[in-house]
Design a protein around this ligand. Structure first.
Ligand code: HSE
Length: 294
């Protein structure tokens, strides 16, 4: 019987929560899977490149690797892929594809994976949990891997609107990681971690103004990556002027994202669009479902 796998986009880091904090966004990658005799992938979205041979397909490769790890084989299927998540823009397109591939293996090889196992597989592939955890669970999440242990918390829902500013070019995560220092002096690391703790605490207290101030004080990655994003130094103050709490780089960029008072997102997006005609600007809500199969 055909079934659908739907996975949300995500925005990682939220400023100082570098590699450990992320939020799911209401934009989706959707696979429509029809089990059958032969493998086939079809792409339905203009955001996706040409369909490679199924064995070269990113989602197929993830799914077969996961099935093999459990000593099983995938049964074949015809898969139609649609997406609203632009690739290599810092909106978690690869994390959503990884989660989709894991779930595909789960269904086609009958693995019966727990949510915990899915997350572990995903973190092992992606290297850090800040996109894959929200893509899997939805909402606002903090996750930490320490040696063999992986802890995550789904935080209480945030009452904010989000605005994304998507520029018309791709930035590969590995390139955006290359500009980061290999090590931070203790004074910097201490302050950066204090800022990160305060941001999460402020969000949990519902003090979005304080959380916003902390978001914009990141010392882990923002300072090094800001120059990779055209007009980033203008987006921040303009959005604040229009009432946003804060604006940060979404994941590794080049998309940036503002957090704004609930109800203000659409208006801020509209006004920012007239200032930045080259950007795709959209008000988005937080996805709270994560991975869905129907
Ligand atoms: N935390 C990651 C980074 C997210 O900022 O490089 C992108 O994968």
């Amino acid at each position: 019987k055909p079934f659908m796998i739907k996975v949300p986009a995500s925005s990682a880091n939220i400023g100082p929560g570098f590699d450990s904090v992320g939020i799911a966004l209401e934009r989706y990658l959707t696979l429509t899977v029809t089990p059958g005799e032969d493998w086939e992938f079809k792409h339905r979205s203009p955001l996706l490149p040409e369909v490679p041979n199924h064995e070269e397909h990113f989602i197929f490769k993830i799914a077969s690797k996961i099935a093999a790890k459990h000593g099983k084989e995938l049964s074949s299927a015809s898969i139609s892929v649609d997406t609203e998540i632009p690739l290599a823009r810092g909106m978690g397109s690869s994390a959503s594809a990884i989660i989709a591939g894991i779930e595909l293996a789960n269904r086609l090889a009958e693995l019966d994976l727990t949510a915990e196992q899915k997350l572990r597989h995903a973190v092992q592939i992606e290297g850090h949990p800040d996109n894959v955890a929200p893509a899997l669970f939805g909402g606002f999440i903090t996750a930490v891997q320490f040696e063999q242990e992986l802890d995550y918390l789904i935080l209480p829902e945030l009452d904010v609107d989000l605005i994304v500013y998507i520029p018309d070019f791709e930035l590969k995560t590995e390139d955006a990681r290359r500009v980061l220092p290999d090590a931070y002096p203790r004074a910097v690391a201490t302050r950066a971690s204090a800022i990160s703790s305060m941001m999460i605490a402020a969000f949990m207290k519902g003090d979005y103004n304080l959380a916003g101030r902390m978001m914009e004080r990141d010392l882990f990655h923002e300072t090094y990556r800001a120059r990779l994003i055209p007009r980033y130094d203008e987006i921040k103050p303009e959005a604040r002027e229009l009432g946003a709490y804060a604006t940060v780089i979404s994941g590794a960029g080049p998309t940036t994202i503002s957090f704004a008072p609930s109800g203000k997102g659409e208006e801020i997006a509209r006004r920012m669009q007239s200032l930045l005609p080259d950007y795709e600007i959209a008000a988005l809500r937080i996805d709270t479902e994560g991975l869905q199969v129907s």
